[in-house]
Design a protein around this ligand. Sequence first.
Ligand SMILES: Cc1cc2nc3c(=O)[nH]c(=O)nc-3n(C[C@H](O)[C@H](O)[C@H](O)COP(=O)(O)O)c2cc1C
Length: 174
Amino acid sequence: MKPHVQPTSEEVTFLPNEIIVSKTDLKGRITYANSIFSRICGYSRAELMNAPHSIIRHPDMPRCVFKLLWDQLGEEREIFAYVKNMSRNGAFYWVFAHVTPSFDNDGKVVGYHSSRRVADRRVLGEVIEPLYRDLRKIETSQATAKDGLAASFTQLMNIVKSKAASYDELIFSL
Ligand SMILES: Cc1cc2nc3c(=O)[nH]c(=O)nc-3n(C[C@H](O)[C@H](O)[C@H](O)COP(=O)(O)O)c2cc1C
């Protein structure tokens, strides 16, 4: 069950030498959370276990970023992304996430793994926050959520194309 949490303007920060780690099954249900993750999001490790990763989803996050994440994971590719998350009490925290498939000995994808560091303030302020605001605006301006997602995903891809050879290249140029 996903708790209903109202977002607030309080920010939670963590240290540059801390890494927030989680693992999920193939559907994005949490199978492992480190203690730093638990401390920052405010849910106990037991509460996080088997919860959908969207338990910490922040409503300011554009849906198209998660579409890109799942598309790339579906192609067995890693992805780097700036993500705004929401703690149990509604506070937010920004991360720079690396999400990658986990493989078994036969090379089969058995789940996913994410490690997150503190996000660069300059990149957030100059690029990511305005970009995500625009993408959310596009998503909510369409008649249906499906149309909104299609329109924001197209916009994101157009921005990538205009600035870099790929999404990954764009992210690392920031
Ligand atoms: C390994 C892994 C880590 C994830 N980490 C996050 C995260 O930190 N925050 C988040 O909102 N979604 C994260 N997701 C994506 C969620 O599974 C989900 O797609 C997203 O929260 C959007 O949820 P919604 O479709 O219910 O809106 C992660 C997925 C995987 C596979």
